[in-house]
Design a binder for this molecule. Structure first.
Ligand SMILES: [Zn+2]
Length: 184
């Protein structure tokens, strides 16, 4: 009996430590922003875990490659809300994903867009994890986890749906940004 409790206690403590580490990392995270639109990947982007770890921050790796979720109302979300017009790309592989034209304030704590149909790089997949039926939103070029899609929540947007996206998975290029350098 005592042993069971010890296991439960240890597991809970472990989860608590893990959660606070994740939140601590989220607090320091910023959304990557650059002046120049990145060159677009022409085909599927495949990398080993080690290669991803070398180019992503630990928080980006946890969200993009391990389907994690950044803390709600993180500094990245604040940054997102303050951004003007522009385009959002995948922080992992640079594929174009969302436009500020479709961004709206859902007050949910994560960057929200009501549409992504302009962009073939945003793909959807059924997600049955954590005992819920949800629609996962992924980057079609690198299969990176971006967030989830929720429909019919009653938002006053042209399409009643919310792409609930983790800000750390995005790279922002403000409107009027330079075109990518042509490949030599
Ligand atoms: Zn990607």
């Amino acid at each position: 009996m005592k042993k069971t409790w010890l296991i439960v206690m240890t597991a809970s403590l472990g989860l608590l430590v893990f959660t606070s580490i994740a939140q601590e990392q989220g607090k320091k995270e910023v959304m990557k922003t650059q002046e120049t639109a990145p060159a677009q990947p022409e085909k599927k982007v495949e990398k080993t875990s080690e290669e991803w770890k070398a180019i992503l921050t630990p928080e980006q790796y946890r969200v993009l490659r391990q389907a994690g979720t950044e803390p709600a109302n993180s500094p990245v979300y604040k940054q997102f809300k303050e951004q003007g017009g522009g385009t959002y790309y995948c922080a992992g592989c640079n594929a174009e994903l969302f436009s500020s034209k479709h961004k709206f304030d859902s007050h949910c704590g994560w960057p929200s867009f009501y549409d992504a149909s302009d962009n073939k790089n945003v793909v959807l997949r059924d997600d049955l994890s954590h005992g819920m039926i949800r629609t996962e939103v992924l980057c079609g070029k690198c299969d990176g986890h971006l967030g989830h899609l929720f429909k019919g929540e009653g938002f006053d947007t042209p399409k009643d749906q919310r792409y609930c996206i983790n800000g750390v998975t995005l790279l922002f290029v403000p409107e009027g940004g330079k075109k990518p350098e042509p490949k030599k």
